[in-house]
Design a protein around this ligand. Sequence first.
Ligand code: TRP
Length: 361
Amino acid sequence: MGKIMLTGDRPTGKLHVGHYVGSLKRRVELQNKGDFDDMFVMIADAQALTDNADNPEKVRQNIIEVALDYLACGLNPEKVTLFIQSQIPELCELSFYYMNLVTVSRLQRNPTVKSEIQMRNFEASIPVGFFTYPISQAADITAFKATTVPVGEDQLPMLEQTKEIVRKFNSVYGDTLIEPDILLPENQACLRLPGIDGKAKMSKSLGNCIYLSEEPDEIQKKVFSMFTDPTHIKVSDPGKLEGNTVFTYLDAFCRPEYFAEFLPEYANLQELKDHYTRGGLGDMKVKRFLNHVLQAELEPIRNRRKEYQKDIPYVYEILKKGSEKAEAKAAQTLSEVKAAMKINYFEDAELIQSQTKRFSE
Ligand code: TRP
């Protein structure tokens, strides 16, 4: 059996540096290592609509933004199938059958869905589609027989739920579906990159994101305004690293060679941290260094994005071709699923024969 990667993002906004260190960077590395037999990256517009049903234009506009961000990060459409979820009707069909294998109380216990319901003030009026999106996500993953799903930590409950559906399906209908493994970032700082205000999660509505397509002066402005250690007032004060966003970002983004390039007085990140905690190192100096680091990381991404922006019809063509390829694969899985569930009536000669016999006796 092959190694297959599948992952995706909801097109509700441009992608930011949290998406990058949390998953995008990993996808590009996996692509370049080349040990997957097939790789799929999905723009999850149908899932985005589960809590944006009244705002289809937002989802439509952001499809191209997310596609550009993918290509900008270095996903290569020759190696990775980029596609749009809603264009694969087989995913809806699979979801419908999986719904029979999941209880309402199990969905209610999904911690990510729980906290999203709270965040959106949905308590009294949860759309059914939103409530059941973990089931549709199981369809996304299993339709491609994915073995590996690189995502952020918040997606762990979805993967758990997918595995349960796979086990249940296989035990009731016979071995058909593949249990996927989640692939989380190894670096602790990348697991959940905070916003520039130090808040737990980067989000568009909080206005605390640095986007992948951000211009250099904006990046600098955001870095200079970052949350640090509020008790570190004078340069001579000892500083704290926990909860200090600037250092969390350095943990996530800094490469050893950046010291020689931008801050040669220090040999490595540990020396910089030691000086900060000892006292005598000002926030501004660390922020200037982080600015250099982020500028170096984001410049090639921004430039690649600008190249693709010059040929938008080509980007849509990539998505169209990808969606065709993805649909062929999902259709294959769906036909296996229907055969296992005994809902294939017309291509089953044995069924017709046995029914013929039954009624002639
Ligand atoms: N839930 C994911 C997100 O919010 C998007 C997504 C939809 C996804 N289907 C998926 C991720 C399948 C991985 C696998 O970003």
